[in-house]
Design a protein around this ligand. Structure first.
Ligand code: ADP
Length: 423
């Protein structure tokens, strides 16, 4: 009855009117939602941007205060990044560089004397993925030198199993102050050692004169005590000489005078010199010296120190009756010779192996045995080998023995002018 009435008075336009109102309301609501979400999205984007900007500013400030810069070299896309502080540290005006320096450009900022070494170290680091550290200097516009340490990671592409390096990420730190403090410390050690050397040398002379009976015969007890004094003093002279050598290495004041040398003759003479100790300890020495080793230009005094140290350590750290092997052959790598000194001695504890070439380091097992030593020998040996563009490594098992390997290029050492020779 009602339906027919509505129909009768034209119900259709009423319904469509209601529908229209409803649709408009929906449209307005939709529009409102659209507008507010856009506004929300804009607000969100703004706050993310703001946070990003704040983090960037905080990082820039931290880099400025901490004297370090951060960088990325993407070797694939060539999209590189240097933070502002990287430019400051390298003494470069950022405004003059629209593009971030490439790796090649970076080399040109490195101080000329360090450039080739830095290139070689970088090439070695880029051969495989992993962390590395490179130390170098830059010359500032004021001509002052700044010391920098780069700590970085060479990364491959994600999922790449070949370990090809795609990018380098890292930071560069200003270590000039640390270097200066280190230098002052080395200079102090050098000065103190010099002052100590004179009285120690005269004690040696007088002890020798007494032992030789220059001022009359000594009885057995007197001779024994003077002999002990002489030996203790000799150990002090050795320590002072090693300290002087270390300071000359660190200050870079030592000279290198390479002359063509028969390394085998040198090895034979070192063995002869140490034979009394070796036979005294009833040790057996086996040698294998190849007969095709050419003359190699080395500084005789310096390279002798390398052989002396390796052999005397093998003797010192091997118990009575132990075995020592000394071998010099052409190297596996073309253009090199290889030196191997093996012993059946106490070995190096696994947890201390990474410190063996550090200054003044002596492993726990040799300290416990009360064997004489300064912990300076291998540090000096490594510095000499590095200077000879060679390499030194070792394998060792505690209680079983140790083998040191030295590789020396046939080109030998590079001449270097200096105020002093190592003694
Ligand atoms: P030093 O022998 O005067 O202590 P080095 O610098 O020559 O100093 O050697 C550092 C340390 O390395 C030694 O104290 C010892 O702990 C360890 N070392 C060196 N050579 C050997 C070796 N052939 N066998 C076992 N340990 C060794």
């Amino acid at each position: 009855m009602t339906g027919s009435f509505l129909n009768a008075i034209g119900g259709f336009p009423v319904i469509s009117g209601v529908l229209l109102v409803l649709l408009s309301a929906l449209g307005i609501a939709f529009l409102y939602i659209l507008l507010t979400s856009k506004q929300k999205a804009q607000e969100y984007a703004y706050s993310v941007n703001h946070d990003l900007e704040e983090s960037k500013n905080r990082l820039t400030e931290a880099e400025k205060i901490g004297h370090f810069g951060s960088f990325i070299w993407d070797l694939q896309t060539q999209h590189h990044f240097w933070s502002d502080e990287m430019f400051v540290l390298h003494g470069i005006d950022r405004r003059m560089h629209r593009n971030t320096p490439t790796l090649e450009e970076f080399y040109s900022y490195v101080f000329a004397e360090d450039r080739e070494r830095v290139k070689t170290e970088m090439m070695a680091a880029l051969a495989r993925t992993g962390e590395f550290e490179i130390n170098y200097r830059v010359e500032l516009p004021t001509r002052a030198l700044r010391w920098l340490t780069m700590r970085a990671k060479a990364l491959g592409a994600p999922g790449d199993r070949v370990h090809l390096v795609h990018s380098i990420h890292g930071s560069v730190h200003d270590v000039t102050k640390e270097k200066e403090i280190d230098k002052a410390k080395t200079e102090f050690v050098s000065l103190a050692s010099h002052q100590l050397k004179t009285p120690l040398t005269s004690i040696n002379w007088y002890a020798e004169m007494l032992l030789d009976g220059d001022v009359g015969p000594l009885n057995a007890d007197q001779k024994k005590y003077i002999q002990e004094m002489y030996e203790s003093n000799q150990r002090m002279v050795d320590l002072v000489n090693s300290l002087l050598n270390v300071s000359r290495i660190e200050l870079g004041t030592f000279s290198v005078e390479p002359v063509p040398t028969n390394i085998i003759d040198m090895a034979q003479s070192v063995i002869k010199e140490q034979m009394p100790t070796l036979t005294g300890r009833k040790q057996v020495l086996t040698t294998h010296f190849a007969d095709n080793i050419p003359l190699i230009p080395v500084d005789i005094k310096l390279f002798r120190m390398v052989l002396q140290n390796l052999l005397s350590n093998a003797i010192k750290y091997t118990p009575e009756g132990g075995h020592i092997e000394f071998e010099i052959t052409m190297g596996v790598r073309k253009g090199t010779i290889s030196i191997r000194v093996s012993d059946s001695g106490c070995g190096i504890p696994e947890h201390q192996k990474d410190r063996i070439f550090s200054k003044l380091f002596r492993a726990d097992n040799v300290r416990a045995q009360n064997v004489d030593g300064t912990g300076l020998g291998l540090y000096i040996v490594k510095s000499i080998v590095d200077h000879s563009r060679g390499s030194i490594s070792f394998t060792s098992e505690e209680g079983k023995g140790t083998t040191f390997f030295v590789t020396l290029p046939l080109d030998g050492m590079e001449k270097k002018d200096g105020i002093r020779k190592l003694s």
